[in-house]
Design a protein around this ligand. Structure first.
Ligand code: NAD
Length: 481
């Protein structure tokens, strides 16, 4: 049995309590590793290590910091297969997905922010006959990063990399459901020569470790990705201390398909945007709206493709979907399928567990599920399910589909399929969401602002937005006349 360790002050250490939590392999439904059940005392040590490391790290030149981060990226890249296998085992996702998406993106996150910081400039404002203002962008100090289980290393590094590049020292907590690649990252940091205490990774439960981070007054900013309820809890505790907060929360994204779309493209991308990573991506389009003239044609072609999509163990090279991340999550997703039926929906395909054979017989597999016949405002269509379940709904007019699309409490992303140029602009403009993809999905340029509106979050990550979040502007005025 592998024991994961905390990474504090440059050392791999056991939790102070000596207690551990079971870590499951969702593809087999079995415990395969132990995670530190850390507590406030571990966070206290991590914060002390980060505080001690801050003067030297923030005083180092940007290019020296950049070099260390690039080295870490190269080391992850060199161990790509090992990282992808670990991510897949921990999360249940197909190895092919971890190899092509998760781990390459973790490498890019480090490379992107290690180089972005070299181009990050602040403004100056000249006042004629008076003087000049210039703005410094100073690192904040000790910052906290808390991430979820769906894209474990991908989202963990998406927060840590800009924080480090900007000169902060970090206390970070990965999800207790998928801690393995964060543990491997601690080994990488040691190998890359990251000074002790610059990055500290503390494993454990949200209500213990995450809560201790949120309450610690020495942690001056928190970047959090996870559920909307957890974001609310963090905001309630952190706001009275005036911590800087970036909250990337849940979604219930619409996928709007107009009759004039490129049918083939819309169909194949919708298959991905519905079920990639078992539907466990905050950007998946879980509500599909189809314009009436192509409703039946699209529905039938989509259902046929979905019913042929292979659900299998993660190392099966043909697996399109692997296992859901945990038993409680599988049960939650299945409870939504029951709810959909109670609300009058018909399951067109899926709706049941997949029982594989042999060592995978206890894994958490679910058929990709398509439901029709639901009102746009029922609970199934309003609440985040975060699994391989989509609903399909016909619409007649642009106004109608915009009203349905914008009806939820969320506003993370949206997809629009149309060949009509002005309609694409008009609809994109009127959608209440932070990100809109037209005739595409999940095309990511790391320079663009990433985040949601309404209950999908506060603040933006990505590009210079992230570097602005992780720095404090200080304006200096120099009188010249
Ligand atoms: P979660 O909110 O349960 O947990 C996220 C992280 O917060 C974990 O590390 C957890 O341990 C920690 N946590 C839990 N309780 C805490 C507390 N009281 N104080 C501090 N930290 C606490 O979310 P999850 O189930 O891991 O992830 C799924 C959710 O994440 C979905 O809602 C999904 O939409 C969202 N998500 C959003 C984005 C985005 O960019 N907007 C990306 C991925 C996932």
């Amino acid at each position: 049995m592998k024991y994961i360790k905390n990474y504090i002050g440059g050392q791999l250490v056991n939790p102070q309590s000596g207690n551990y939590i079971d870590n499951y392999d969702p593809s087999r439904g079995r415990v395969y590793a132990q995670i530190p059940d850390s507590e406030k005392s571990d966070i206290d040590s991590a914060v002390a290590a980060a505080e001690a490391a801050f003067p030297a790290w923030s005083g180092m030149s940007k290019s020296e910091r950049s070099d260390i981060m690039i080295k870490a990226a190269d080391l992850i890249e060199a161990r790509m297969d090992e990282f992808a296998a670990a991510e897949s085992l921990d999360n249940g996702k197909p190895v092919s997905l971890a190899t092509h998406v998760d781990i390459p993106r973790a490498v890019s996150n480090f490379k992107f922010f290690a180089t972005a910081i070299l181009h990050f400039a602040a403004e100056s404002h000249h006042m004629e006959n008076l003087g000049i203002n210039y703005t410094l962008r100073k690192p904040i100090g000790v910052v906290g990063c808390i991430s979820p289980w769906n894209l474990p290393l991908y989202l963990f590094t998406w927060k840590i990399a800009p924080a480090l590049a900007a000169g902060n020292c970090v206390v970070a907590k990965p999800s207790e459901i998928t801690p393995m690649t964060a543990f491997m990252l601690s080994e990488i940091c040691i190998e890359a020569g990251m000074p002790a205490g610059v990055l500290n990774i503390v494993h454990g439960l949200g209500h213990k470790v995450g809560d201790a981070m949120t309450r610690d007054p020495k942690i001056k900013a928190i970047s959090f990705t996870g559920g909307t309820k957890t974001g609310e809890t963090i905001a309630k505790i952190a706001a009275p201390m005036f911590k800087k907060l970036s909250l990337e929360l849940g979604g219930k994204n619409p996928n709007i398909i107009f009759a004039d779309c490129d049918f083939k493209q819309a169909l194949s991308t919708t298959l991905r945007s519905s079920f990639a990573n078992q539907g466990q991506i905050c950007l998946c389009g879980s509500r599909i709206f189809i314009e009436r003239p192509i409703y039946e044609k699209f529905r039938d072609a989509f259902v046929e493709k979905v019913s042929k999509t292979k659900v299998s163990y993660p190392t099966d090279p043909e697996a399109k979907l692997g296992a859901l991340v945990s038993k409680p999550h599988l049960e939650k997703v299945m409870s939504y399928i029951d709810l959909a039926k109670e609300e009058g929906g018909s399951v067109l395909t899926g709706g049941t567990q997949v029982h594989l054979e042999g060592e995978y017989k206890d894994g958490y597999y679910l058929r990709p599920t398509v439901i029709e016949g639901l009102a746009f405002d029922c609970r199934t269509n309003q609440e985040e399910i975060f699994g391989p379940v989509v609903t399909i709904t016909p619409f007649d007019t642009e106004e109608e589909v915009l009203a349905m699309a914008n009806s939820t409490e969320y506003g993370l992303s949206a997809t629009v399929w149309t060949e009509h140029l002005t309609r694409a602009h008009r609809v994109a403009d009127q959608l209440h969401s932070g990100i809109v993809w037209v005739n595409s999905w999940l095309v990511r340029d790391l320079r663009t602002p990433f985040g949601g509106v309404k209950n999908s979050g506060v603040g933006r990550e990505g590009g210079f937005e992230a570097l602005r979040f992780f720095t404090e502007p200080k304006n200096v005025f120099i009188k010249s006349h």
